[in-house]
Design a binder for this molecule. Sequence first.
Ligand SMILES: Cc1cc2nc3c(=O)[nH]c(=O)nc-3n(C[C@H](O)[C@H](O)[C@H](O)COP(=O)(O)OP(=O)(O)OC[C@H]3O[C@@H](n4cnc5c(N)ncnc54)[C@H](O)[C@@H]3O)c2cc1C
Length: 507
Amino acid sequence: MSDNPPKTRVVVLGGGTAGWMSAAALAKLLGPLVSVTLVESEDIGIVGVGEATLPHIRGFVERLGIDEATFMQATHATYKLGIDFRDFGRLGERYVHPFGTFGEEVAGVPFHHYWLELQRQGLAQEIGAYSLAVAASLADKFQLPTADAALTSTYGYAYQFDATLFGPFLREHATGTLGVERLEGKVIEARQDPESGDVTTLVLESGQEIEGDLFVDCSGFHSLLLGGTLGEEWEDWSQWLPNDRAAALPCAFVRDEIEAYTRCIGMPAGWRWRIPLQHRVGNGYVFASQFISEDEACSVIKAAVEGEPLAEPRVLRFRTGRRKASWRKNVIGVGLSSGFLEPLESTSIYLSQMAITYLIELFPQAGRIDPRDRDEFNRLVDLEYDRVRDFLILHFHATTRNDSEYWNYLRTMPVPDSLAEKMALWREAGRVEKYSDGLFYDASWIAVYIGQGVLPERHDTRAQLPDPDQIARAMKGLRAAIESEVAAMPGHRAFLAANAQRLATAP
Ligand SMILES: Cc1cc2nc3c(=O)[nH]c(=O)nc-3n(C[C@H](O)[C@H](O)[C@H](O)COP(=O)(O)OP(=O)(O)OC[C@H]3O[C@@H](n4cnc5c(N)ncnc54)[C@H](O)[C@@H]3O)c2cc1C
């Protein structure tokens, strides 16, 4: 390899969350192998929602060399320990999907089998009582997890941040520290090589031309290059995930404490989110326009928010599905340009992060795209999308709600075979499909299955081997340990205030 390999000229189209995440990560992690130019148009703007994240984002922020406390302060971020689902499985019921585990495996048998056994005997508390992340969430407490093997290491956390501030924060970092060049302007044309069909040049309204070797399409729902120029086909998943609109409405705080979780509340024609940030609460009604009108959804969200509304409701329209391939020719779609699964489990930023990670791992050597790398990228991205899709559908399908046409449709619709098989595996013997990477491991599926009232017909018989009193005592001990840990944790607001104080007094 030569001392100075030629730089691959990467052009990122779009400066929303996906665009700035891509530009910053490529510049930071590929360093001298690339030159990165990002073009964005302030006239077009960004989608400006996407406030709740998954724990993976911490690694992303860290790998960019960003200090967590500084980032949280700049984006008015709070900590997130999970999602509180209300009125999903059944009206009036609630459960938390935690970023953490329930109990621990004993003699090779996962904890939930012991719980099911105890439950069969009528001796178990709700499964959430055996999760530190759930207990801390419900008590509005927060503490950083430890890295040892103690109970305090059994959870993770993510952030809830102001979506309009995350991109600009990354922009400052990318242009100030990582050498990304930013151009302002509206792209009106993409020129292609007449033989290969590869995109060669973006032309701005001003007439400026931007040449590149690799184009990362982060143009949001416009999907200017991947969907537009290259005409990559759209795979529609709205038959399983019919929500196609959201009415977003921020409001002021009315509570003293800040919840360390996102709330998702089932509604007659969709669901609504409540995401507490440091300075306000984000709210939105995600709905299916075939079951409720936009005007009605706006009225519903206005009436539902707890604090004084800080704006008028803003309606966003979207389609659920993905482009058949995210990487086609020399264009890689990241973010909304490659697909969108509705925001119930805050997975969109994660999907951007994974696409960026895979792109970096499979990055063309010396500017030459190996079709096998491209196929592998598409395979990995497909896998991520499929798993997220199935997990999302589970929340809507595994319900007893029959109070509206919307829930009747979801409850009775046929689901993808892949999900039907997972549910059959669970229903039969409490087993969860295993995979070693990707999103949503056992604890997530268990939380949603049990939370939505889907209990297996039987469980691992090995859970009946120990003396029942011994299991009951161990479970009681675990609950007591969790309660004691939670009691010792500071309130979430107090923890955030201590962070801010540390930052203010840092040398
Ligand atoms: C209702 C809703 C709720 C959501 N909630 C969550 C959530 O809680 N968690 C989560 O992870 N995700 C969530 N998302 C998804 C999240 O908002 C997106 O993943 C994230 O904002 C990334 O968007 P983006 O950068 O792909 O697109 P955008 O923000 O739309 O950015 C597109 C960029 O392309 C530029 N552009 C477009 N056309 C041109 C042109 N011709 N010339 C120049 N520039 C152009 C625009 O100016 C902009 O800079 C939600 C989405 C919706 C719709």
